[in-house]
Design a protein around this ligand. Structure first.
Ligand code: 5GP
Length: 180
């Protein structure tokens, strides 16, 4: 029987072990090291979810690089809409640079699409996407994902940085929601 946990009102069962995750992170890092060896990339880690993946990934990156952290925050302008988000925390100049956006998961792709559009206004040389999880069946946007850890079914997961209502980010394995 798979181990089961309860977070708030929901039940999740363990679906991916931390050993499997670390194996795939190492494989991803190796392909980034090869592909971007001459680019001195700037890794932009999207908080909060990507913090654990980014820590594991960056330990395996051996090429010259910088690491910085950004966040998507609700936009508090004059036209406040619950759905409008802006990228905050970017202190580096990305003009002419190779940027790698580090995300925990690409689901519909709407979030990533927004991030890419925002970064593109700053004239980077190239933007690459590195996401640990990807749900291909849920993708709605036409985005090119260069580096993927694991392709997973379209089901809700927690652990390894991903939360349910704020909880579960600390879990080192991945747990999938059980439909009750
Ligand atoms: P997208 O815009 O691609 O639909 O979704 C991206 C964001 O939705 C992710 O950064 C993540 O915060 C959240 N998300 C998507 N799928 C999952 C999931 O299975 N579990 C959790 N915890 N968050 C998810």
């Amino acid at each position: 029987m798979k181990p089961v946990i309860r977070i708030k009102d929901k039940t999740f069962e363990r679906s991916i072990s931390s050993a499997k995750i670390l194996m795939e992170v190492k494989r991803m890092a190796a392909s980034i090291n090869t592909a971007l060896a001459d680019d001195s990339p700037l890794f932009l880690v999207v908080l909060n979810g990507a913090f654990m993946f980014a820590a594991d990934l960056m330990k395996e990156i051996t090429i010259p690089c910088e690491v910085s952290f950004v966040k998507l925050a609700s936009y508090h302008g004059t036209k406040t809409s619950g759905n409008v988000k802006e990228l905050i925390g970017l202190n580096e100049t990305i003009s002419g640079r190779t940027v790698v956006v580090v995300e925990d998961i690409v689901d519909t792709g709407i979030t990533m699409h927004r991030i890419i559009n925002s970064l593109n206004t700053m004239q980077p040389k190239a933007i690459h996407i590195a996401t640990f999880f990807h749900k291909p069946d849920a993708l709605q946007k036409d985005i090119q994902i260069d580096f993927v850890g694991m392709r997973i079914p379209d089901a809700f997961i927690v652990g390894y940085g991903l939360d349910y209502d704020g909880y579960g980010r600390n879990l080192k394995d991945i747990y999938t929601l059980i439909n009750e």
